[in-house]
Design a protein around this ligand. Sequence first.
Ligand code: SAH
Length: 390
Amino acid sequence: MRMGYKTYTCPIAHDCGGCEWLAVPYPMQLQRKQQQVEGLLGSMAREDGAVVEEIRSMDEPVRYRHKAATPFSYGGRGHVLCGFYAAGTHRIVRCRECLVEDERARCVLNAVARVAERLHIPPYNEDRGVGVLRHAVVRCGWKTDDVLLVLVSRVEELRDERRVVSELRSACPEVTSIVLNVNDRRTNAILGRRSRTLFGPGIMHDQLLGCTFEIGPTSFYQTNPEQTEVLYRLALEGVGDARRALDAYCGTGTIGICAAVELPELQVVGVEQVRGAVACARRNARANGVAKRCHFTADDATTWMAREGAGERFDAVIMDPPRAGSTPEFLGGVAHLAPRRVVYVSCNVVTQARDLALLRQRGYRLERVVPVDMFPHTKHVESVATLARR
Ligand code: SAH
């Protein structure tokens, strides 16, 4: 039977450019992503006697983003605009609703613009480096009702801060926490280093694979929690029955903690460079009853490997680096440690392919490659590669 493809539409798709593949039917998007991973990792996998498995897709590929952000700018007559930058520009395209975001998120961001307008908080001007309100970032719980709003400001304090908070709370009663993050650098990075809680606990909670996680305003947390469970499940399968695992680039400790909860004998060492995320990871380990078996260190993964790695023993290494991938030094350190299994989780298959080639030269073979669709309607694809020691 030939089925008609359901297509998805969005009124600002043309301008926004966020969902560059929206016009492509979902099954064809999946096919393209499959081919992308196949093209980069397929021949390595085949040489090692493995295959690239079928991409893990979403049943209903909408409303999957639980994190949303907006820049601000002046429109005419003191209006404060928010939404998305039109592709390749600093022109803001307004957005009332977004197909791929949690429904609560855009409402909160739009409310911030209205409050900024009313209370005369000037939007930041990226080109001139003046103004106050740079961005707002909102994170909504998937399994919880937590909604954490982060206002990113160029200055340490907002004028009439109390009033800002009370207006935001009455406009968006669903917000459970408001944090002011200060970013005074001329950079296109959204978040700055300092944060101060204006309302609520200043963090949010969510659940993945039955574990509870606390997420701070500047810590990394996967944007698509539903598919994150699929991703983590694959990572845990790769860890197998290991007794001691390294969770490198561990963020708030989510993968290692899920593994420790599932495997009562497992010891985990987590390494992550963002201090706030490491503090969350430690609390997360306690909250899930595995603090005795999970130890987290704030360090650059490569530096840690050079300094501490040699004295360690692991039978599994999980690594989940950012888009730039890992370093030859870190990968060399992994090979030197000679764990039975390496699980490489990646959001950029190009750098993953480069890094896997190095591990294959240093005594590992690909056992399994699984693409995961974490970002439907975009060109991005995630992939989990499991390697075994030859
Ligand atoms: N595994 C986690 C985080 C993955 S994102 C999760 O699933 O949520 C990648 C993480 O690597 C981020 O938390 C980022 O802060 C961290 N990171 C980036 N560069 C790093 C480096 N050189 N050393 C250690 N951690 C790094």
